[in-house]
Write a new protein. Structure first.
Length: 318
């Protein structure tokens, strides 16, 4: 198994260097460094923030009116409706039309999804962040893994890509009682090392496990990552007991990739400050909350040159 991972990871590194100027590998190294050196991360975050604000006011028609900004707080807080209504003006046309950009669709939990564009370098960091934050939890890139989510069938992810990345995608629609039994056997038989799964799907599995309706777990998981839904502590406990491994909660979305993740310390979540500037604002005003208070989550992407997302109110609380 280790040999398989090493061979596939080596092929990934070679391909990234050959066809992508090493963008993903270099971004992984930078993100690791910033996580381990908070003071350097704070300094570079300020640099990246100033860079993206200046860039947006020069090349995005929507943001040109803020060219005389003094700080990020001179920019408006924007929600999905504003982005949707002003898409053409926000997008930097010259970058969006490049053949190597990537399309992402925002999650639809707080309204109708809309499409955004990531330039090639930003897409590389999107991938890099996902790899590094999993790596922190002991889940190495190109270890054999599964990804369980909704609408996987619609995405039609090529089988050769799944084999190349060593990540195999499974749609929640198949996880009824009979499907879950087959799923557990699949995980064991194929020696899957870890999985990323919707918290609600993991809860369904745990209910069956607690009722004694699943086969004995004889696999060798490194860990489980939940996403999208809130992870209940009762589900974490039950899943950890059945799968005999730790369970972690990761928070992110299609627009930004990983926003924050548990790091195994049990002291909250580690925030992706290498790629994002995070604000938590009062529920009734646009002022920052005090430490420990709940507020609206507002995110600025530090790197997307195709579709600048500045002070984007996601619709979630933190």
């Amino acid at each position: 198994m280790n040999k398989e991972r090493e061979e596939k990871y080596a092929a990934f590194v070679e391909d990234d260097l050959k066809n992508n100027r090493g963008r993903i590998v270099n971004s992984m190294e930078e993100i690791r460094y910033f996580i381990n050196h908070p003071s350097a991360s704070e300094m570079m975050q300020k640099h990246y923030l100033n860079d993206i604000l200046t860039y947006a006011t020069m090349f995005s028609e929507f943001y040109k009116k803020y060219r005389d900004y003094k700080s990020i707080y001179d920019f408006p807080i924007i929600n999905k409706n504003v982005y949707r209504e002003n898409w053409e003006d926000i997008a930097v046309k010259e970058i969006c039309e490049l053949p190597d950009t990537r399309m992402k669709f925002t999650s639809g939990s707080t309204g109708t999804p809309f499409q955004i564009v990531l330039d090639r370098a930003r897409h590389g960091r999107w991938i890099a962040g996902n790899k590094v934050f999993r790596e922190i939890l002991g889940m190495k890139s190109h270890d054999r893994a599964v990804y369980v989510s909704e609408n996987i069938t619609d995405k039609n992810i090529p089988k050769d890509r799944q084999e190349r990345d060593n990540v195999y995608y499974i749609d929640c629609v198949y996880l009824d009682e009979k499907g879950i039994d087959k799923f557990i056997n699949y995980l064991i038989t194929n020696e899957i090392r870890y999985m990323t799964i919707l918290a609600s799907a993991l809860e369904k599995i745990c209910r069956l496990a607690e009722a004694g309706k699943l086969p004995e777990w004889t696999g060798n998981f490194v860990g489980i990552i939940t996403m999208s839904d809130s992870l209940k502590e009762s589900v974490r406990t039950a899943a950890s007991k059945y799968f005999k491994c730790p369970v972690y909660d990761m928070y992110g979305n299609e627009e930004f990739g990983v926003i924050a993740s548990e790091d195994g310390s049990k002291f909250g979540k580690l925030v992706n400050t290498a790629d994002l500037f995070i604000e938590v604002l009062d529920l009734e005003s646009d002022t920052p909350v005090n430490e420990g208070e709940i507020g609206r989550l507002v995110v600025t992407d530090l790197h997307n040159k195709a579709f600048p997302m500045i002070r984007y109110e996601i619709g979630d609380l933190a």
